[in-house]
Design a protein around this ligand. Sequence first.
Ligand code: THU
Length: 161
Amino acid sequence: MKKSEYTFSYEVYDSIDDLTEEDAWLLNEAREVTEHAYAPYSHFQVGAVAKMMNGEIVAGSNQENASFPVGLCAERVLLASASSLYPKMPIESIAVSYQSDNVESDHPITPCGICRQTLQEFENRVGHPVRLILGGMQGKVFVIPQASALLPLAFTSEELK
Ligand code: THU
């Protein structure tokens, strides 16, 4: 028997004020895009904004449905838009923020499991890491250099070949 270990590193900033100008701009865009969410059931509005490698900016927000499982997270709305508008174009960074009637938006949220799986396949498909900038309307900000680091031992397309 051999024990394996998995670790990854990410950056923690005290606030948006400590980010580079470019990252702070993207996170502010994500904060604004929370307004576009359709979240009448959870009242948890999420905004995601990507800077693509070609310089284009693409946004997504969560889109819920009365049939709850039909709802889409902001991250997957964004990835579907990005792939449709600019096929095979890598994403440099995605900023994610949120606001809610029910909870304070004072710390970062991280992508759900389905979004981690989708981000991992996006990275593999275009052959480039997706950097994540995660922060609420205030408070600490996480910068994660590679989204797939959030999904160790992932099931990938390689298994189907
Ligand atoms: N949600 C996102 O859009 N992104 C996340 O990273 C976490 C959760 C959405 C899904 C649902 O519409 C609402 O937030 C509450 O879970």
